[in-house]
Design a protein around this ligand. Structure first.
Ligand code: ATP
Ligand SMILES: Nc1ccn([C@H]2C[C@H](O)[C@@H](COP(=O)(O)O)O2)c(=O)n1
Length: 229
């Protein structure tokens, strides 16, 4: 049963960061929907960039080639939390970016500074004056350090893998966990904007909470932050 506020804050930026499968997208979409805010999935933008590189035949392990291609694709993110969209050069890539090829290549592509600089500019343009929930790996630390509310979501690797395997219709939990941990390792050790708990963020370990319980916790934190003005 949800108990948290329904009033729509203005100019608000809520930043959610955390490792793969910790519940960022589901929580962000739930919070944005409840508060009437926009929603930005920055992971989808990095996936879209990776999809474009693979389509163009760029070697994703060649940082120079990745950097050279980074300015090319036109990436457009739709920010409706109940129906987020992502397009590359006019193509709807919402499904394609969730496939194994992109998932296996996205972390090395995301580690290239020219990719991050290009997407940072797009992300900040979309954030604009706020009224948005933004999720990723470096939102509270780099993209929007001014965010009024910053959350850092985690969950035990076993729980993350089990949730993801369930979502994917019963894929191998051990293989899913290995894939999540491999991505976490690259994302948290890269030189530019690594995954880290941002200064001022509230840590929520979601392992033992349902999605509704986590959304409620975030809504309460937003209410407290609004109370502080
Ligand atoms: N608190 C929760 N309890 C149970 N399942 C959850 C919870 N939060 C999210 N889930 C489920 O876990 C899976 C992963 O969640 P989600 O996609 O939101 O994570 P994420 O952090 O955005 O992942 P990624 O970084 O890979 O995009 C989804 O199937 C989602 O429904
Ligand atoms: N702000 C961000 C968001 C995402 N990434 C990279 C690292 C992730 O492994 C990948 C895919 O993200 P997901 O869809 O799993 O949330 O994108 C990043 O570096 N910075």
């Amino acid at each position: 049963m949800t108990t948290a506020p329904q009033t729509r804050p203005t100019g608000l930026v809520i930043a959610l960061d955390g490792p793969s499968g910790s519940g960022k997208s589901s929580t962000s979409r739930g919070v944005a929907t409840r508060l009437g805010l926009r929603y930005l999935d920055t992971g989808a933008m990095f996936r879209a960039m990776t999809w474009a590189m693979l389509e163009a035949g760029v070697d994703v392990h060649d940082a120079q080639a990745v950097a050279a291609y980074a300015p090319t694709p036109r990436i457009e993110s739709g920010t409706n939390p109940t129906a987020p969209t992502i397009h590359v050069d006019g193509h709807d890539v919402g499904e394609a970016i969730r496939g194994e090829a992109v998932t296996g290549a996205v972390s090395p592509v995301s580690a290239v500074p020219e990719v991050r600089a290009r997407l940072l500019e797009l992300q900040r343009t979309i954030i604009g004056d706020g009224d948005i929930v933004v999720e990723g790996r470096d939102i509270g630390s780099v993209v929007a350090p001014q965010a009024r509310v910053k959350l850092y979501l985690t969950a035990d690797p076993g729980a993350r893998a089990a949730r993801r395997a369930l979502e994917e219709g019963g894929s191998d939990v051990a293989a899913t966990e290995a894939s999540l941990l491999a991505r976490d390792a690259i994302d948290s050790t890269r030189r530019t904007a690594p995954l880290t708990m941002p200064e001022g963020a509230v840590h929520i370990d979601t392992t033992d909470f349902t999605l509704d319980e986590v959304i409620d916790q975030v809504l309460r934190l937003v209410q407290q932050a609004q109370g502080r003005g």
